[in-house]
Design a protein around this ligand. Structure first.
Ligand code: OFO
Length: 169
């Protein structure tokens, strides 16, 4: 059994993860429109991972005999200018998600819910990786993004990313 407070932050985290999936899909559509298909692939793979993040929380709440409460998912931003701006937005968004995950960790500590505190460690590590991934692309775009041949190579590189289903167990 989980407390109402922990259940509430976990449910709100499900919403944030599915919003993240929506946001990455909007970015993927933008990249398709401008012909950066590797960037589109990378963001589409990320969208699928975000859905996994949401589903892992969903299954965890049920496993703990809690109640899943699905809330409205906001429409994502859809006006983007260029690849660097998109990845800066990704980094800002992931920092926001990291703060939210940290709040779940603090709440589970406040409620002496050690199982949730342990469970959320997987997300804490995942956020370190996601922020680092976004920063890595930003660095490359800042160094080489203005050169069309280099941008093409970055696009090919991001096109290699493959989706692997995420699971925390
Ligand atoms: Fe689910 O980590 Fe990104 O948002």
């Amino acid at each position: 059994m989980i407390s109402e407070k922990v259940e509430s932050v976990l449910n709100s985290q499900i919403n944030k993860e599915f919003y993240s999936a929506y946001l990455y899909l909007a970015m993927s559509a933008f990249f398709d429109e401008i012909g950066l298909y590797g960037f589109s692939n990378w963001t589409k793979v990320q969208a699928k991972e975000e859905m996994d993040h949401g589903m892992i929380l969903f299954d965890y709440i049920i496993e703990r005999d809690g109640t899943v409460k699905l809330e409205k998912i906001d429409a994502p931003e859809k006006n983007f200018d260029n690849s660097l701006q998109v990845f800066e937005k990704i980094l800002d968004h992931e920092k926001y998600v990291t703060e939210s995950i940290n709040c779940v960790a603090s709440m589970s500590e406040d409620e002496c819910d050690l199982a949730t505190r342990h469970f959320i460690n997987w997300y804490i590590s995942e956020q370190v990786e996601e922020e680092a991934n976004a920063r890595d692309v930003i660095t490359k775009l800042k160094m080489f993004g203005n050169d069309k041949a280099s941008l093409y190579h970055i696009d090919c590189d991001l096109g290699k990313r493959e989706y692997k289903a995420h699971s925390y167990k």
